[in-house]
Every structure is written in C-alpha cells, then in structure tokens.
Unconditional design. Sequence first.
Length: 188
Amino acid sequence: RSRYGIGAAWAVRQYQAMERQQLAEYQRRQIMIQGRVIDDRGFPIYGAEVELVPIFAKGDAPHDVADPAYTDENGEYTLRPYEGGKFILSAQGDAPPNTQLPFLSRFYPDATDPKQAKTLDIATAQHLTMNPIRLQRLELGKVPVSVIWSDGTPEPDVFLSFMNTSYPKVSAIGEMMPADPDGTVSLP
C-alpha cells in the first residue's frame, strides 16, 4: 500500500509539473498587452472598456482580434489578441459617457481622433506594457424629467434610459436609472 501511495503521489507531482510547463510555454507564445487607464486627475478608472482596433487594408472586413478588457479597481487591463497585426488601442472607444463612466473616448497614447493614435505593430509572443491612457472626465448635468400617464397621473416610480445618437452601436447610456428626488436625472 505505501509503495502504491508514494508512486501515485509522484505521478501526480509529475503531471502537475508537466501542466505548469505547458502553461508557461503557452503564455510565452501568447500576445499580451497590459496597461492602465486613469482619469485627468491621475486616479485609476474602474470598469473602462479597452480594446484593440485592427487597421485593415482597403476591402478587408473587420473581425474580432481580441476580446475587450475591462479595467480593474487599479485601472489595469490585459488584452490577449488571438493574432498579431497592426492595431490602435482605444479606451471607451464605442462606449458613450454615462454617470458611472463620464469619460470621453481616447486612443493610445492620448488622442481623441483614432487617426492620431499610435499604430501598434504586434507580433506573436510579444508582451507589451503600455503607458497609462488618460481619460477626460465630463461634468454631470441635471436633466429635468417627469413621466405622466395618459390620464394625467404622475408616475414617481419610473426608470429611464437615454440614448446618445453619437454612439449608434450602443442602445442606451448606462443602466436604467430612476429620477432623483428633485425630479432630475444626472447625465454627462
């Protein structure tokens, strides 16, 4: 019994060592882009969407090259593209400003127009650490709202969604939100 137990433990350790070695090899070959997103005061931004936007020759159709990343509580993100190529890096590129993330889009390193962004030529097995992307915070404004039923009765318990026509790919700004007690909704 004891020989069997020792042999089984040795086999498990060997298998675990082989798994660690395979994972390390996979990570070595994988493309990884890491960085931070901060606001104009230098504070980390939580929940900002960061993505690689491929640069295509004329006639090429866009396709997903990496899942977007969302910043953690330290404003840090990690992107793992499926393949190399030429890209620009965007933060909040397709996301309209909302009350939780009242920021304008930025393209790496600090451009508001994607044509002014730095082109990243990324190859397989490349690990990049980018300088922080700094997003500009927008002031929040109060929009007066009231919802009244067709019979004239006010509805105080309503949730509202707003659309920003500058972002046609996004259906609504943020989550459905209730009006504040003063009858207003805060929007960037």
